[in-house]
Design a protein around this ligand. Structure first.
Ligand code: ADP
Ligand code: MG
Length: 247
């Protein structure tokens, strides 16, 4: 169980998260909100990559700062920025990540084969990552996130930049992961998460403004037909502002 207590994150005078408290049990959660809402910041805090200005993150009741390496082996994280090593082959990248996660040399080979076959990348495993399509890069990122069977999997916009066919493929692979794990997936694209999430967390301006199942949220927000309508209802104005701002 993952617990966030009063998480606030300030970057100088910009408040990216304000007083976020959450409890997550096993299941697939969609962290849904527009660009700048605080999704990546929240994920970086949950994975221990950045420290909150205030508040604490607990894993089964223990502060993750005190878990150290133990927590590293519990989590799998695919960051939004594709910091991939283009000259590495997929397999070499995975073996590097396996070493960072503390997976022994003895176990790494089998584990890498397992995750490669999970994301259907066996055939491309020995080619350089630089030559992969966007979808293949995302699948290798997901593969490294699931090395060592972590209990908490955090995927930051895993479908960004993919074509429709690849999006569905990645979505189905995430769906197949569920079970005795917490899987948190961020996106600003409703259709990437609505079909697979047990619960949606709506994030806006650094606040989790609501959470619930897809149908539950649809009913709550004026009997909307689907989550897309809920999203437009809540974020429609904001999205328009973003569009005008960037003109
Ligand atoms: P999202 O992932 O939902 O797009 P982010 O967590 O990346 O949102 O950003 C939330 C807010 O914090 C945005 O306003 C963003 O500009 C700001 N922000 C994010 N990272 C930094 C940083 N390193 N320094 C200053 N501001 C930041
Ligand atoms: Mg982000």
């Amino acid at each position: 169980m993952l617990t966030l207590n009063g998480i606030t994150k300030k970057y100088k005078d910009k408040t990216a998260l304000s007083d976020v408290s959450l409890e997550l049990d096993c299941g697939i959660y969609g962290l849904l909100g527009p660009n700048g809402a605080g999704k990546s910041t929240l994920m970086n805090i949950i994975t221990g990559n950045i420290k909150p200005t205030e508040g604490e993150v607990l894993w089964d009741g223990t502060d993750i700062c005190r878990l150290g390496w133990e927590f590293r082996s519990l989590i799998g994280y695919a960051p939004q920025q594709q910091g991939l090593y283009n000259s590495f082959s997929g397999r070499r990248f995975l073996s590097y990540m396996a070493a960072l996660k503390g997976i022994s040399k003895k176990d790494a080979g089998n584990e890498i084969d397992r995750v490669l076959s999970y994301v259907n990348m066996q055939d491309a495993a020995d080619r350089a990552i630089g030559g992969y399509s966007g979808g293949m890069k995302q699948r290798i990122l997901i593969a490294q996130a699931i090395l060592g069977c972590p209990k908490l999997i955090v995927l930051d916009e895993p479908t960004a930049g993919l074509d429709p066919k690849e999006r569905v493929r990645v979505r189905e692979q995430i769906k197949a992961l569920s079970g005795d794990k917490i899987i948190l997936v961020s996106t600003h694209v409703v259709s990437d998460i609505a079909p697979i999430a047990g619960e949606i967390l709506l994030i806006r301006d650094g606040n989790i403004i609501d959470r619930g199942g897809v149908e539950e949220l649809c009913q709550k927000y004026g009997e909307s037909r689907d989550l897309e309508e809920v999203y437009m209802h809540i974020f429609g104005e904001e999205e328009r502002h973003v569009e005008t701002d960037s003109l």
